[in-house]
Design a binder for this molecule. Structure first.
Ligand SMILES: [Zn+2]
Length: 193
């Protein structure tokens, strides 16, 4: 689930130690064979899933700005993401769609996906993640407008039976030119929603 050469952060051993205690508190026997390496595996997995804390999404975009006169809507749709809800530390995952209208600068399309990756690899709520992605693009590219739509399934609701299975939560945030309903509609049509 993580690359071989992933560099783990400080505190990994402590983290594993705590997960060993958690196993006991859950009624398990951490010394049985199948669980011997579990605390360290979980510790590493959790460090990977929260690696976004150490990364600067603004810097990623600032490093990849290109001067360009193009001033039509740029759309990056269906960016897959996986995150952890901060209330239950259970996964929520789905797709992010981003649109912006350049004002002299564009960025590499893969960089937008990178921004999504950074904010999703933190403990999150879907609403804040949507806002953070929008603000990051707004503050670095300074476009004429940005809109972000996030569609996600929340395991904390689905696994606990709180919500109907398969329900999808949609959040959106926008600014600038997207304050006009017509511009939002154009985006929503282009992503087939
Ligand atoms: Zn939750």
């Amino acid at each position: 689930m993580y690359p071989e050469n992933e560099i783990f952060r400080e505190g990994l051993d402590d983290l594993a130690g705590h997960y060993k205690e958690i196993l006991t508190l859950l009624g398990e026997d951490p010394s049985r064979e199948g669980l011997l390496k579990t605390p360290m595996r979980v510790a590493k997995a959790m460090q990977v899933l929260t690696r976004g804390y150490e990364m600067d999404a603004h810097q990623v975009l600032r490093d990849a700005l290109f001067k360009e006169d193009y001033s039509q809507m740029v759309i990056v749709k269906d960016i897959d993401f996986f995150s952890l809800c901060e209330h239950h530390m259970l996964p929520f995952y789905g797709k992010v769609h981003v649109a912006y209208i350049p004002n002299g600068y564009i960025t590499g399309l893969s960089k937008i996906a990178r921004v999504v990756d950074i904010y999703s690899h933190r403990l999150q709520v879907q609403e804040r993640m949507t806002l953070q992605i929008k603000e990051c693009i707004q503050e670095t590219l300074k476009p004429l407008g940005v809109m972000v739509v996030v569609e996600a399934r929340h395991m904390c609701m689905q696994m606990r039976g709180v919500e109907k299975q398969n329900s999808i939560t949609t959040t959106s945030d926008f600014c600038g030119a997207f304050n006009q309903a017509k511009t939002r509609e154009e985006f929503m049509n282009l992503i087939n929603r």
